[in-house]
Design a protein around this ligand. Sequence first.
Ligand code: CMP
Length: 140
Amino acid sequence: MTIQRTLILLKPDAVERQLVGRILSRFEQKGLKIIDLRSLRFTQELARQHYAEHIAKPFYAGLEQYIMSGRVVAAILEGCEAVEVVRRLIGPTNGVEAPPGTIRGDFSLSTQQNLVHASDSPAAAEREINIFFPNFQPEN
Ligand code: CMP
């Protein structure tokens, strides 16, 4: 078992629906630590950087419009096997299919407006932490 860090984004629908506290508390209840946190608004440049692997996909235009539609909250979570644990807490991409008990399963009925993004691998976590927290100092 390895202590890992991962990046989450609480997307515009989570902020608009005032679910930020409830969603963050799920991660804290599990035992994960919030070790950095900020609120921001996506630019088109940031959307293209963060979602680079999706740019050629048919849903990208809608995804970009949605992620830029309101403020988001970015956080670094730390804990045992954090990357996989956080992905399991969030549930599958499509809220309709996400099982009850997962965040998307309990709060979303959408594939696009699915409340939370989380890094899908340790390499992605490192890349995404650097995007949203370029000055992050692990030892502080
Ligand atoms: P996320 O985990 O942030 O990663 C990529 C995002 O693209 C995903 O959550 C959804 O918000 C969105 N997405 C993925 N697949 C689709 C799809 N088929 N249609 C619309 N949006 C999608």
